[in-house]
Design a protein around this ligand. Structure first.
Ligand code: SAM
Length: 442
């Protein structure tokens, strides 16, 4: 068996260590830059070569014993072999790599230090459990569909770990299930189960007191509801008009820290870009996590969200806060291609700022959106390096300048990254003024 010795050059998006040998690039899992490894077996995955079997010959001094008994079998946290500070360094490396390669940025000094937190603030308040036909309850394994069971998960809040324990104890039937769990500051636990056939299990979970309420979703529609699944304050915590409502079937930010930091950064980026309080269009609004903070600085917010459940919470949240005149909420699919026709009537004036928080797949045809809306300022919240960097490039190609990028460690322990980036159109009249001092008569 031939072995190849390589040194890891850098960590690239997805959390892979990139190295080169005589045959080109090879990606190595769970390593950081500077480490030396011997690769014993390679595998091909979608055109890339990966190390399928390797040993670390020279380890980083930042290697630590993982604080989780089921790592690395569990697919939840990929960076546990390294101290938290080195995990964050690796993520910043990934962001810089994505911005240099995909956004083709030359000046990476626009990237600010990563914001992070420790303790309960950084732990997850929501999770997705898989139950398999053999009655195992846990998270999916790394790159597999096997369920990995755990006693308690160090990534979750105590409240969520306790709820997972109760759910395990309450589920008796051996049926395959997908269960999302989430809780709020009052310790109220909400569940969302997928598929009509999950109704019996949802009823059992509520009857056993494992959760306070549950909804059953089928094809994106709520088909049953048991107990009280409403959560209070997970959306825009602390913003005027709250607490705002949601449930486990609705997207909300995973940790209290991530929720707070993203909302704070969106407002800070707007302020530093000279936002003057004009109209904002917010796309991918969810239940209003950014909408209500935005309403504190903008005269008019138009918030669009594609998920029916989230859009319902968004509208109810705006109504209950008495913001129905200032915050216009719309349930609708967002795609740059169809946007100009679909939403033309809603857009009475062009927005001063466009704020977007798309899913990992990014914003389809962001270029058309920019051409249509022509915002002075764009604030992009991104949870995917490739699509985020692609959209930054599209904006740069349209004359926008990148003001700053703030990485946020929203998914501690994992290679997932989040950033807030702001772009603005350069002030046209500044150039004209400069010309005027260049010899033109006053
Ligand atoms: C990353 S979440 C952000 C939500 C919200 N800003 C927050 O922080 O809670 C993305 C949101 O986009 C919605 N979404 C995904 N694809 C969409 C599309 N093509 N059109 C409209 N909404 C979409 C999802 O339902 C989800 O609520």
């Amino acid at each position: 068996m031939s072995e190849t010795k390589v040194e890891i050059e850098k960590v690239v998006p997805g959390g892979w260590g990139l190295a080169r040998d005589g045959d080109g690039v090879v990606l190595v899992p769970r390593v950081v830059s500077g480490e030396r490894v011997t690769i014993r077996r390679f595998e091909k995955y979608r055109g890339t070569r990966r190390a399928a079997d390797f040993v670390v010959d020279e380890a980083s001094p930042d290697r630590v014993a993982p604080d989780c008994a089921v790592h690395p079998a569990c697919g939840g946290c990929g960076l546990l072999d390294f101290a938290p500070a080195r995990q964050r360094e690796a993520k910043v490396e990934m962001i810089l790599d994505g911005l240099a390669r995909t956004a083709k940025l030359e000046d990476l000094s626009v990237v600010e230090p990563m914001r992070f937190a420790a303790g309960d603030e950084a732990r997850r308040r929501r999770c997705r459990l898989t139950v398999d036909g053999a009655g195992r309850v846990g998270f999916l394994g790394a790159a597999s569909h096997d369920v990995v069971e755990h006693e308690t998960c160090p990534a979750l809040t105590e409240t969520l770990n306790a709820a997972v324990g109760r759910v395990k104890a309450a589920l008796s039937a051996r049926v395959a299930l997908k269960i999302r769990l989430a809780h709020d500051d009052q310790g109220h636990v909400s569940a969302a189960l997928e598929g009509r056939e999950a109704q019996g299990a949802a009823r059992d979970l509520v009857a056993a007191g494992a959760v306070h309420g549950a909804v059953v979703e089928d094809d994106g529609e709520i088909v049953a509801r048991f107990g009280d699944p409403a959560l209070a304050g997970e959306v825009a915590p602390g913003a005027a008009g709250g607490p705002f409502g949601s449930d486990a079937a609705t997207f909300t930010q995973a940790s209290r820290f991530a929720g707070r930091a993203i909302a704070e950064e969106v407002l800070r980026h707007l302020s530093l870009a000279g936002f003057g309080g004009g109209p904002v269009i917010e796309l991918f609004a969810g239940a209003g996590h950014l909408t209500f903070p935005l309403a504190t600085v903008s005269e008019q917010v138009l918030a669009i969200e594609g998920n029916a459940r989230a859009a319902l919470h968004l509208r109810d949240n705006a109504d209950r806060a008495g913001l129905e005149d200032q915050v216009r909420t719309v349930w609708g699919h967002i795609d740059g291609e169809t946007f100009p026709n679909k939403y033309a009537e809603l857009i009475e004036v062009l927005p001063e700022a466009l704020v977007l928080d798309p899913p990992r797949t990014g914003t389809s045809r962001f270029d058309i959106l920019l051409d249509t809306l022509q915002p002075d300022i764009v604030v992009l919240v991104s949870c995917d390096i490739a699509t985020g960097a692609r959209d930054i490039r599209l904006a740069l190609d349209r004359g926008y300048e990148l003001c700053r990028v703030t990485p946020i460690d929203a998914f501690a322990r994992t290679p997932h990254v989040e950033w807030v980036a702001s772009l603005m159109l350069p002030y046209a009249d500044e150039d004209e003024d400069e010309d005027a001092t260049d010899g033109d008569p006053p």
